[in-house]
Design a protein around this ligand. Structure first.
Ligand SMILES: Cc1cc2nc3c(=O)[nH]c(=O)nc-3n(C[C@H](O)[C@H](O)[C@H](O)COP(=O)(O)OP(=O)(O)OC[C@H]3O[C@@H](n4cnc5c(N)ncnc54)[C@H](O)[C@@H]3O)c2cc1C
Length: 444
């Protein structure tokens, strides 16, 4: 029996649920359509209990897909609107890449200039070497043909930024209820009328699902297909593609003093992301780790307490329905960052900068990382289903996307947003997919 009611129910107190709640509350007040008291956020655990609370926190614009870049530029505006509350460090971002990615990165730079996103392109092996040794005197990675230096973006501290967002939402009158698990949805005449929870049903007029890697559960509650047909831009059809695929996001921390990882001027460096086609050797015993394309990212991080970062994720080879997402984070039974990751990541850092040679012994053997739910093309789906359910499925791109909530709030209130149009579910049937790049990561 329904005993509780909220006009707007949002499932998930991660980056998207909290950002949507905050902006929805503001818009309701500004338009005279309601107030923050109309907005209820439910989370089965609490603020930052999901992917937003374990994310490395990198904020970048470096995407080969124009629609993703425009979205990220919008989100960076939101990060920059209150760096203190969001625990945001605007140190910038470096994409350092080999010949195989030179054209793609050059195109990203050109298109960044077209949308006014501040960045610098360094093109050619000699120019790259001199630019990188100008930043870091110990730079030594060979085979670099292009560097894109984004002067905006950087990183933010995961849990601190969620608390900042939650404070903004509650200041607008939003209620955030912890420890409430949504177990089902009541549907009447096509629309959802209530969420069923372990503390009783809550009637609502509009539902927003912002459940991160648990999106698959809500997809199934909405009776949406576990497999779909995907039409590619050339008109071919791939039948029976799983809607959700899980990957393990591998990250770790080198237990060095973060103060010691500065640039040549003694400043905090930009986030460093390196992709390479050079063979990667173990920096301790000289054995070959890989002769395939590889990629890593890293940054000094005072919250993680060292130099923190990650490498390309591992695709989990099980159907989505069989993936145990709980308990979330590195405790997930699906998640095992083993010695292979530690060897690869620490050797890659040493490959890039002399200061990291022989440092594997100070790698922190603490749990870190988590799983992410990816869509058929590994890009987000932002769309309405069952008349009044807005699903935010970010395909694991999303910590940096703090601005999505602002756009979703507008759509929930009836104002369609051009920035979100390229991310509708219908693209899988129309073939209007996003272009793919030569990056080794499924998210670039
Ligand atoms: C290791 C790792 C590193 C990452 N690094 C970055 C990065 O550097 N930059 C970047 O942009 N992105 C990064 N990401 C991706 C990013 O973290 C996610 O895309 C984003 O945080 C997802 O946010 P969300 O709000 O959708 O979900 P989440 O933050 O996962 O929040 C979902 C919430 O829903 C709640 N919930 C789930 N089911 C229920 C239920 N039945 N009832 C009630 N509540 C429920 C959960 O408790 C959770 O709190 C990383 C991801 C991982 C795993």
């Amino acid at each position: 029996m329904t005993s509780q009611h909220a006009r707007y129910v949002i499932i998930g107190a991660g980056i998207h649920g909290l950002s949507t709640a905050w902006h929805l509350a503001k818009r309701l007040k500004a338009t005279g359509k309601g107030s923050g008291e109309d907005v209820l956020v439910l989370d089965k655990t609490g603020i930052a209990a999901g992917a937003s609370g374990v994310a490395c926190g990198v904020i970048r614009n470096n995407y080969f897909q124009p629609a993703m870049r425009e979205l990220m530029a919008h989100s960076v505006d939101v990060w920059e609107s209150d760096p203190e509350a969001f625990s945001y460090h605007p140190v910038g971002y470096l994409q350092i890449a080999p010949e195989a990615m030179r054209e793609d990165v050059g195109q990203i730079y050109t298109e960044q200039q077209a949308i006014g996103y501040t960045s610098e392109l360094v093109d050619g092996a000699d120019a790259c070497r001199s630019y990188l040794t100008g930043l870091f005197s110990d730079w030594q990675a060979p085979g670099i043909s292009v560097v894109l230096h984004e002067k905006r973006g950087g990183y933010a501290n995961n849990v601190a930024s969620m608390r900042g967002l939650a404070a903004k939402a509650t200041a607008e009158g939003v209620t955030i209820r912890d420890g409430v698990t949504v177990t089902g949805l009541s549907v009447d005449g096509g629309a959802v009328t209530a969420v069923q929870t372990d503390t009783g049903d809550i009637a609502c007029e509009q539902l927003v699902v912002a459940a991160g890697p648990w999106v698959r559960d809500f997809w199934s509650m909405l009776d949406l297909p576990s497999h779909i047909s995907v039409t590619t831009p050339d008109g071919a059809t791939r039948p029976d593609v799983p809607m959700w695929t899980y990957w393990a996001l591998q990250e770790g921390t080198l237990g060095v003093d973060p103060n010691e990882f500065t640039d040549n001027q003694g400043n905090l460096p930009p986030v460093v992301h390196v992709d390479s086609t050079e063979p990667l050797y173990d920096d301790i015993d000289g054995s070959l780790i890989t002769d395939q394309m590889w990629g890593v990212y890293y940054k000094p991080d005072f919250s993680f307490g060292g130099v923190q970062g990650g490498a390309s994720p591992l695709r989990l080879d099980k159907p989505a329905g069989e993936i145990a997402v709980d308990p979330y984070g590195p405790e997930s039974p699906e998640f095992a960052v083993g010695e292979d990751f530690v060897r690869m990541w620490t050797s890659a850092l040493a490959h890039c900068q002399k200061r990291f040679e022989g440092k594997r012994s100070v790698y922190r053997h603490e749990p870190s990382g988590g799983v992410g739910a990816f869509t058929p093309d590994s890009f987000p789906v932002f769309d309405t289903f069952r008349e009044n359910v807005y699903v935010i499925a970010d395909a694991n791109h999303g910590y940096k996307m703090i601005g999505i909530g602002q756009l979703v709030a507008e759509e929930v209130l009836g104002e369609s947003q051009a920035l979100l149009e390229p991310f509708r579910f219908a693209r899988y049937s129309t073939g209007e997919l996003h272009p793919t790049s030569h990056s080794p990561f499924p998210w670039s």
